[in-house]
Design a protein around this ligand. Structure first.
Ligand SMILES: O=C(O)CCC(=O)C(=O)O
Ligand SMILES: [Fe+2]
Length: 390
């Protein structure tokens, strides 16, 4: 029988546990100071206590977002060998198409999603097979960038730093020649069918992805057949749900913060700061979700903790058998920005007085050097190496 969507009582949104911040600032390029000050107060509280917030009245039109989603749909419908031409192969940093299974946040579990990472608009984009792709993404990216300007100013005000402290350190977002790792990412999570389950909803043809599929079975454990254009959905065995395969493994984002929009809830969960419990966000149509990233956490000495999150294959079969789109805008500082904790004196190595401490062994020093963060670029590169299956 057709399963009705669960009444959404158990989400952070339904329980009023997500701060909602009005970020409207008219049509001007830059917000007036009173808006920055108000957002600063609300954002500081939200990031400190929850690591996240929902932004409303942000000025990014639903229409434009939908067009963004359909650009990725169109890309996914291209023949496999055309898509291969645009793969993220590491030669242009994080830029390019990431096919299902290519990312593994825990090193093992495969993420079943299509992602198109755009790092600069000057790099290769599927403009030839999809005319208008570049222009539309550029439009949308501009809107995200404008909203980011307000957030960066609000963060500076909240931390009692000069208004443009963060803005100046994010001057190359989505442009230049690899000066900044900011990424605009289009995402599509295909419907998931769990084998040995009768699913009337799906069999009635809810998938728009009749061309675009993969299968996963135990006999092929560890090797998704991603080249099969004949199948109709992600078909997985019950025992693999969120074990061998998931939608997006648990992680913190690496940069300053992330702005995220989604067209349905479809499995997004977070761990609130200081808690290991996974909580569903819920879906506030049209809102932009913001979460703190690792570099902001380091910058603020943990005052704004990076939010751990994941996208699970939902238990609810209606949610699971629906494709889900999202768009993430990962805000990163310019690569050479040293991430020096705010309100902290000189780094420990330059404080001078080391008398009374034992000399470090070569091995210890090497380990510490490896863990030390020198600048934004080095931090992010280390994270990419951990995430992408070769
Ligand atoms: O699609 C989502 O909701 C989250 C995606 C995400 O966390 C990521 O790509 O880093
Ligand atoms: Fe993320």
């Amino acid at each position: 029988m057709l399963q009705a969507p669960a009444v959404e009582k158990d989400t952070l949104l339904a329980k009023n546990e997500i701060p909602i911040i009005d970020v409207s600032f008219g049509t001007e390029e830059l917000p007036v100071r009173s808006v920055v000050n108000r957002v600063a107060v609300q954002l500081a509280k939200a990031l400190e206590n929850k690591g996240m917030a929902l932004l409303v009245n942000h000025g990014i039109s639903e229409e434009k977002l939908k067009t963004g989603y359909s650009h990725l749909d169109d890309f996914c419908k291209l023949p496999e060998d055309t898509k291969e031409l645009y793969l993220r192969d590491g030669t242009t940093g994080n830029h390019g198409y990431v096919k299902p299974g290519q990312e593994r946040f825990d090193g093992n579990t495969k993420d079943i999603r299509h992602a198109y990472n755009i790092c600069t608009l000057n790099l290769k984009l599927p403009e030839e097979p999809l005319p208008g792709f570049r222009e539309h993404i550029a439009e949308l990216a501009k809107d995200f960038k404008r909203l980011t300007g307000l957030i960066l100013q609000a963060l500076a005000v909240a931390l009692e730093m000069p208004l443009n402290f963060f803005v100046d350190k994010h001057s190359h977002m989505l442009d230049g020649e690899g000066e900044n790792e900011t990424t605009f990412r289009l995402l599509y999570y295909p419907p998931v069918i769990v084998d040995d389950e009768q699913n009337e909803y799906f069999s009635k043809g809810s998938s728009t992805y009749s061309h675009q599929k993969m299968s996963f079975d135990e006999s092929k454990l560890g090797s998704l057949d991603l080249k099969d254009d004949e199948l109709e959905e992600t078909r997985i065995n019950k025992t693999d749900v969120n074990k061998s395969v998931t939608r997006c493994g648990e992680h913190c984002d690496y940069g300053t913060f992330t702005l995220l929009v989604q067209d349905s809830e479809g499995g997004l969960e977070v761990q609130l700061p200081g808690s290991e419990k996974w909580r569903r966000i819920g879906h506030l149509p049209g809102a932009v979700f913001i979460n703190a990233g690792e570099l902001l956490s380091i910058w603020t000495q943990g005052k704004y903790p990076a939010l751990r999150h994941r996208v699970v294959i939902p238990e609810n079969s209606v949610a699971r058998t629906k494709g889900r789109h999202s768009i993430a805008y990962f805000v990163h500082p310019d690569n050479l920005t040293p991430i020096i904790p705010i309100e902290v004196g000189p780094p420990p190595s330059t404080t001078g007085d080391t008398s009374g401490t034992k000399p470090k062994t070569r091995k210890q020093s090497f380990k510490e050097a490896k863990l030390k963060i020198y600048n934004a670029y080095q931090h992010v590169q280390r994270r990419f190496k951990e995430t992408y299956a070769s």
